[in-house]
Design a protein around this ligand. Structure first.
Ligand code: NAD
Length: 250
């Protein structure tokens, strides 16, 4: 028996149309899971890759900054697949400005998308998972779950919040069959980090601190998600797994 096999599981991945979410969805599908993509836009490219891996894909559209649609995502999944085994809370945004100029809108938008929706979608999923006494929730945290960052106050607050929430939910649900963990990606080449990579000085400084000597590629993240979604992680709870090329070790 392969402890990492996800055959027969259903995994919901938010923000699965692009970047890390797309890569996570495809990795889970290749490990055997059927996939529910949640995205603001068409996730057809991800769905095609999931189907090419021989798995089924349900595409749901949602704006995750609005809480009222979240329970419906779980209901639609159950109506289609009959179960939800894995939730990956990946969707997230970032806004950059000096703290002294930071606006309330840039605070609220980021906190709502990156933190508030993580809690309320996890709650909706857990109401189903607790009935079955089985489920895996994986939150996408950040290096800024550990560090302060610069010019990203709401992002740092949200990702530090995700780390705390991961531990709180693990404390409440670990004894009830649900594993709640997080993955903290280091610096990955996606839309989220485009501004950093375009800034010659920041790009050079960041690369100089990564022991692996390169930016992460979205495919670098899949193995950690498959692990945390699988039976191999049944006794792993409230952990924040850094996948960072060594950034935090520096
Ligand atoms: P990305 O911008 O390519 O992807 C973000 C995804 O979230 C997109 O699919 C987007 O549509 C979705 N999304 C944003 N707001 C949404 C909303 N209101 N409703 C529905 N979907 C919404 O960036 P990415 O790098 O792939 O980011 C994915 C996650 O990884 C984010 O939580 C991000 O904070 C985190 N992360 C990224 C890095 C990195 O280096 N790229 C590092 C640490 C953490």
């Amino acid at each position: 028996m392969n402890p990492f096999d996800l055959t027969g599981r259903v995994a919901m991945v938010t923000g699965a149309n692009t970047g890390l979410g797309q890569s996570l969805a495809i990795a889970l599908a290749r490990a055997g899971a059927d996939i529910v993509t949640v995205a603001r836009r068409d996730a057809g490219e991800t769905a095609a890759a999931v189907e090419a891996a021989g798995r089924r894909c349900l595409q749901l559209t949602a704006d995750l900054s609005k809480m009222d649609g979240l329970p419906g995502l779980v209901a639609d999944t159950l109506a289609h697949f009959g179960q939800l085994d894995i939730l990956v809370n990946n969707a997230g945004i970032i806004r950059r400005a000096d703290a002294v100029d930071f606006t309330e809108a840039d605070w609220d938008d980021v906190i709502d998308t990156n933190l508030k929706s993580v809690f309320f979608l996890s709650q909706a999923a857990a109401r189903h998972m607790l009935e079955r006494r089985s489920g895996k929730i994986i939150n996408i945290a950040s290096m800024l779950s550990f560090q302060g960052g610069i010019r990203v106050p709401s992002y740092t607050a949200s990702k530090s919040g995700v780390a705390g929430l991961t531990k709180l939910l693990a404390n409440e649900w670990a004894g009830k069959g649900i594993n709640v963990n997080a993955i903290a990606p280091g610096y990955f080449a996606t839309n989220n980090t485009e501004a950093l990579r375009a800034d010659e000085n920041r790009n050079r400084d960041i690369l100089a601190r990564i022991p692996a000597g390169r930016w992460g590629e979205p495919d670098d993240l899949g193995g950690a998600a498959v692990f945390l979604a699988s039976r191999a992680a049944d006794y792993v709870q409230g952990h924040i797994l850094a996948v960072d090329g060594g950034w935090l070790a520096r």
